[in-house]
Design a protein around this ligand. Structure first.
Ligand code: UDX
Length: 455
């Protein structure tokens, strides 16, 4: 579809963002992709963790009062967070859209609301105003099932997908070990209710967009279609379909000095370690990681976010003897330009928490992974990497330096890791095909653009 086509029809898309780095990145990348297809874009976001408007002059921004502050909300308490966002943002969002619908200029005519699945109230507002809503999954297609719960007959509460699985085992999902990854048998009622609300909104959506590639989740996809009637567009990974000129969407300042450091390292020799924007760990784990890295004798680039260990400023908890031992062989930064790092020829492995963005970024660059998931969808990401695509190793149980040292050497240099490293390169080639002309993500994006124009 030509850029002009959407412009001349005057289509504005209103994108609603969930305010955390792992969601802001893919949502702004999606905005850039849709903009490149000719749609005008308004980004609606809570005040908390506001994206930098100045970096994206091509978009309009609307900031909603949210009642959140860094001190009163934990990003891992999804139930409290999503419910606070609904309580505080739903009414101002509806007011804003009502005003937008009065605008006569055809270029500002709102075609639909495109919202992060956790901002489910946006679908309710879209329904109220008779606008189409498009639900965005910034994670795997499998998370649609992960979250899915269904009303039980005769008002008896809800049944989770896990219970559905038990009743009708689905062999293709066994490799993901879904039962295990879905967590405790008894899901607390507030979480069950949240999942039901999110699932309900998804079912009401006119379409679902997912940040994944069809071939990565083929088996799961057919199961998802059984439960979700809306068309599903797998147009990921967004960061690869977004124009290369797109600005950084990082909330933290990227330390680019690590790229010059990587330039001096041998090809495929460096292990990159990052646990994303939310994970925290205790001091003991941090110190075990440090010694595991030191003893592996591999060069490493390690992102130690301020606060990675609760209350720490940065690397003051690391022993001086460790710092002396790895001088010149290790580079530690507060925040890295991760996509650039993973694309660098010196990087040969990625130790990750398996957040979905990190997982997709690694797959696209053919970098094998060491997986250490902490919460939420990270366990699912790790299962895909290690058991389904087989391009990584999982570090399970208590983190201990000897175990870490062995895992790093297997991933990076030992003969046991050869097949993993080769499969990672193969996966990158498949990803390249999927993103190129006539590939599945490329085609799905064109189909999505046509779908929006048909509203
Ligand atoms: C969160 C959840 O933890 C994750 O499981 C979910 O899938 C998305 O929301 P986060 O923990 O931050 O995200 O991890 P991830 O999804 O990997 O996103 C992190 C993003 O920050 C990536 O796009 C990565 O490129 C970027 N990043 C990370 C940097 O730019 N620099 C860094 O130093 C580290």
């Amino acid at each position: 579809m030509e850029k002009q086509e959407a412009k001349s029809l005057g289509r504005r898309l209103v994108l609603v963002v969930f305010p955390f780095q792992g969601h802001i990145n893919p949502m702004l990348q999606l905005a850039t992709i849709l903009n490149s297809k000719g749609f005008s874009i308004t980004i609606v976001h809570p005040q908390f963790n506001s994206p930098n408007h100045a970096k994206h002059p091509e978009f309009s921004f609307v900031s909603l009062p949210d009642g959140l502050s860094k001190s009163n909300i934990s990003p891992t308490d999804l139930v409290a967070l999503i419910s606070a966002l609904k309580t505080n943002c739903e009414a101002p969002f509806q007011q804003y859209l009502e005003e937008m619908l009065k605008v006569d200029d055809p270029h500002d005519r709102v075609a639909c609301v495109v919202y992060d699945g956790f901002m489910h109230f946006a679908q309710v507002v879209a329904n109220n105003l008779k606008l189409p809503g498009i639900n965005v999954r910034t994670s795997a297609v499998a998370t649609l099932l992960f979250f899915a719960v269904f009303p039980r007959a005769h008002d008896q509460g809800y049944i989770s997908f896990k219970e559905c699985l038990a009743q009708a085992p689905a062999p293709e999902l066994q490799s993901l070990d879904f039962n295990d990854v879905l967590g405790p048998a008894e899901i607390p009622t507030p979480l069950l209710e949240l999942r039901a609300t999110v699932t309900h909104a998804t079912k009401k959506a006119s379409a679902v967009i997912v940040n994944t590639m069809h071939f990565l989740e083929q088996q799961t996809m057919s199961k998802v279609h059984e439960y979700f009637p809306s068309p599903i567009f797998c147009i990921g990974p967004f960061h690869k379909l977004a124009p290369p000129s797109a600005s950084s969407t990082s909330l933290l300042k990227e330390d680019t000095s690590c790229i010059s450091w990587l330039d001096k390292q041998a090809p495929n020799s460096v292990i990159y370690i990052s646990f994303g924007s939310m994970v925290s760990m205790d001091e003991k784990e941090l110190v075990e990681i440090a010694w595991g890295l030191a003893n592996s004798e591999q060069p490493f680039l390690w992102v130690v976010r301020p606060g990675l260990v609760h209350g720490s400023e940065w690397i003051e908890l690391l022993p001086e003897s460790f710092k002396e031992r790895v001088e010149g062989r290790g580079c530690i930064v507060k925040w890295a330009p991760q996509k650039e790092v993973l694309a660098h020829g010196a990087v040969g492995g990625f130790w990750s928490h398996c957040g979905w963005n990190s997982t997709m970024e690694s797959v696209c660059e053919g970098v094998p992974m060491l997986c250490r998931p902490y919460f939420g969808d990270q366990g699912l990401g790790a299962r895909y990497v290690c058991r389904v695509w087989k391009v990584g190793l999982e570090l399970e149980g208590v983190l201990e330096r000897g175990k870490i040292e062995r895992a790093i050497r297997t991933l990076m240099v030992d003969s046991e890791g050869v097949e993993i490293r080769e499969r990672a390169k193969d996966l990158k080639e498949k990803a390249d095909l999927c993103l190129s002309e006539d590939g599945s993500s490329y085609n799905a994006l064109n189909e999505l653009a046509q779908h929006i124009l048909s509203f």
